[in-house]
Design a protein around this ligand. Structure first.
Ligand code: ADP
Ligand code: ADP
Ligand code: ZN
Length: 214
């Protein structure tokens, strides 16, 4: 199963992608997580990506594509994957389509998690992340058992630098300009499915499972 998650920053792509990955035994591939892991390790890729991420801008396509094409070579991708945060531009989507086609392969679904802009800033300001294991929480909607600590690994939770309100507004406008056009791109290939992302996260997941098992 090969799935692309679409939606604004904070729509719940990562939350849903983790649930899909666990239920279907496929890897959850998040380009944002890979960039952040590189940043933490201080790699050259991480340093380059940071310049863009801090401003809420997209990392250039060439850099992103190099990274993701390399990730697809990993054995764990043999049975598919759920992509979270990639593709984010039309050239990235075209590169993915071409790469799949070269292997006589195709995507199953692009799932758009639809959440209006008004809800996004509230979602983002309450998001807390574990930089050790990648778990994500929300101080109101998905609080950890112990405040400030990761349920899964006990590490300290942090607010991502780019989740501060100023940067969130930039990321939203970048989303509308560069990523939202992917909705029509996948509609054109008859791959698009939409779910109402304003519902409780378990209900959103139920809707996704219905799509995947129809
Ligand atoms: P969110 O899940 O909140 O949408 P991500 O973790 O996916 O955020 O992305 C964080 C940042 O990483 C983005 O704002 C962007 O700078 C960079 N990034 C992640 N994926 C991509 C991509 N496919 N293309 C370009 N930049 C990306
Ligand atoms: P994305 O990957 O699209 O940027 P996340 O999955 O990280 O989004 O979710 C953004 C924030 O909103 C997180 O703090 C997460 O816990 C919370 N969240 C995710 N889904 C829901 C939902 N259905 N209702 C309320 N909060 C949610
Ligand atoms: Zn953790």
């Amino acid at each position: 199963m090969k799935i692309v998650m679409l939606g604004a920053p904070g729509a719940g792509k990562g939350t849903q992608a983790k649930m899909i990955a666990a239920k279907y035994g496929i890897p959850h591939i998040s380009t944002g997580d890979i960039f952040r892991a590189n940043l933490k390790e201080g790699t050259e890729l991480g340093m380059k990506a940071k310049e863009y991420m801090d401003k809420g801008l997209l990392v250039p396509d060439s850099l992103t594509l190099e990274l993701i094409m390399d990730r697809f070579k990993n054995d764990d991708c043999a049975n598919g994957y759920v992509l979270d945060g990639f593709p984010r531009t039309i050239p990235q989507a075209e590169a993915l389509t071409e790469a799949l086609k070269a292997n006589n392969d195709d995507l199953d679904y692009a799932i758009d998690v639809d959440v209006p802009d008004e809800n996004i800033v509230r979602r983002m300001s309450g998001r807390r992340a574990c930089l050790s294991c990648g778990a994500t929480y929300h101080i109101v909607y998905n609080a950890p058992k112990t405040e400030g600590k990761c349920d899964a690994c006990g590490s300290e939770l942090v607010q991502r630098e780019d989740d501060k309100p100023e940067t969130v507004l930039n990321r939203l406008s970048v989303y509308h300009a560069q990523t939202q056009p992917l909705i029509d791109y996948y509609k054109g290939f008859d791959k698009l499915k939409s779910v109402d992302g304003t519902q409780d996260m378990n209900k959103v997941f139920e809707d996704i499972v219905k799509i995947l098992e129809n």
